[in-house]
Design a protein around this ligand. Structure first.
Ligand SMILES: *[C@@H]1O[C@H](CO)[C@@H](O)[C@H](O)[C@H]1NC(C)=O
Ligand SMILES: *[C@@H]1O[C@H](CO)[C@@H](O)[C@H](O)[C@H]1NC(C)=O
Ligand SMILES: *[C@@H]1O[C@H](CO)[C@@H](O)[C@H](O)[C@H]1NC(C)=O
Ligand SMILES: *[C@@H]1O[C@H](CO)[C@@H](O)[C@H](O)[C@H]1NC(C)=O
Ligand SMILES: *[C@@H]1O[C@H](CO)[C@@H](O)[C@H](O)[C@H]1NC(C)=O
Ligand SMILES: *[C@@H]1O[C@H](CO)[C@@H](O)[C@H](O)[C@H]1NC(C)=O
Length: 315
């Protein structure tokens, strides 16, 4: 059978075009209706192909997907809702969502995220709700991660490995209302101070605030991070940098040197004074001695004079 017999390349092209334009296809075993595609719990290990291009809501939750391909995702330019809960996604690379710039809802909870590249969400200026909770291997977030997600209202960062956050990461989140931070091993050191102050002044909702506590240092273990701003400020204000120590050392040295010089001068003065006094008292003593000599001479003379009266045995 040759290729020219049968339906023919024209038909193939036509059906491909139809599939692409009308979105009439549906991934195997998924349910597709009214711009909504549901592929929940199908044990998918890859992002499914044949997702209708006009899809607005896509459910990929409860699968074993490891990677979100930016190219395929980028075809869904009407997508506003993407649920990737309960998968095995490890990394979100820069510009993964560059084609789905209308996204309003993004759920990446219960994955195995270790890295979110700083430009991952860079075009998601319509995003309202972002959930990256329950990714225990996610240890840090870059301070530019949320630089362009300026419509964000709900941010869920529960149960990750985050130990600290840079308050600069929240600078552009002017519409943020609700922030979940519990279940993270927060390290409440002085680098964390600015973020805790931000939590105090920003008046966000923290529905889980009593469970968002410090695990370090020992003085602050169990303190909710929304309340730790003031004690931390108190601890960190008396904290000294290396320059401060050098400065204090220099001051100390100056005081020590000044003291030494002063002591030396005092010593010199004391010695001079003592010398002067000794000199004058020696003169006096000499005088006294002279007098005494005279007195004894007189006594002697008297003795000698009265020697005849039986006194010479005294001498
Ligand atoms: C998805 O998985 C979670 C946890 O494994 C389970 O609790 C939930 O019922 C599942 N949802 C669906 C729709 O299968
Ligand atoms: C999750 O990520 C960690 C760290 O990269 C890795 O050791 C672990 O095997 C991953 N788990 C799964 C189920 O892929
Ligand atoms: C934010 O958006 C601007 C303009 O679209 C872009 O130049 C910049 O690289 C983006 N920054 C981040 C961190 O995504
Ligand atoms: C984020 O996801 C978790 C688990 O899927 C869920 O319990 C939580 O309600 C979600 N948070 C928000 C703000 O939707
Ligand atoms: C505070 O803890 C964080 C997270 O472990 C660390 O990156 C940072 O260097 C620490 N800062 C100070 C001042 O110790
Ligand atoms: C805090 O954690 C406890 C125990 O893990 C849990 O029972 C409680 O519901 C949590 N509270 C909030 C507000 O998340």
């Amino acid at each position: 059978m040759s290729l020219t017999s049968g339906p023919g390349p024209g038909w193939l092209l036509f059906s491909f075009g139809m599939g692409l334009v009308s979105g009439s296809k549906c991934p195997n075993n998924c349910q597709c209706q009214a711009q909504e595609v549901i592929c929940t719990g199908l044990q998918l290990t890859e992002y499914p192909s044949d997702i209708p291009l006009n899809t607005r809501r896509l459910y990929l939750n409860n699968n074993s997907i490891r990677f979100l391909p930016a190219m395929n995702l980028g075809l869904l330019s009407d997508l506003v809702y993407l649920d990737c809960r309960n998968n095995l996604i490890q990394e979100v690379m820069d510009y993964t969502f560059v084609g789905v710039f209308r996204l309003i809802y993004l759920d990446l909870s219960f994955n195995n995220l270790t890295l979110i590249s700083p430009y991952s969400f860079s075009v998601l200026s319509n995003l309202v709700q972002l959930n990256i909770s329950n990714n225990p291997h996610l240890l840090s977030l870059n301070k530019y991660t949320f630089a362009n997600t300026s419509s964000l209202r709900y941010l869920d960062l529960r149960n990750t490995g985050l130990q600290t956050l840079d308050h600069a990461a929240f600078q552009n989140l002017i519409t943020l209302q609700t922030l979940y931070l519990s279940g993270n091993p927060w390290k409440c050191n002085c680098s964390f101070l600015d973020f805790t102050i931000y939590l105090i002044v920003s008046h966000l909702n923290h529905p889980d605030e009593l469970n968002a506590t410090c695990v370090e240092p020992t003085e602050l273990v169990g303190w909710p991070i929304t309340q730790v701003g003031n004690p931390l400020r108190y601890m960190c204000i008396t904290h000294l940098d290396r320059q401060d120590y050098i400065f204090l050392l220099l001051i100390g040295f100056c005081i020590f040197s000044a003291g030494t010089v002063a002591a030396w001068l005092t010593g010199v003065c004391a010695v001079l004074y003592q010398n002067a006094r000794r000199k004058s008292s020696e003169d006096e003593a000499e005088d006294e001695h002279g007098q005494r000599v005279e007195v004894s001479r007189r006594i002697f003379q008297r003795g000698v004079d009265s020697g005849h009266d039986g006194f010479p045995q005294l001498i």
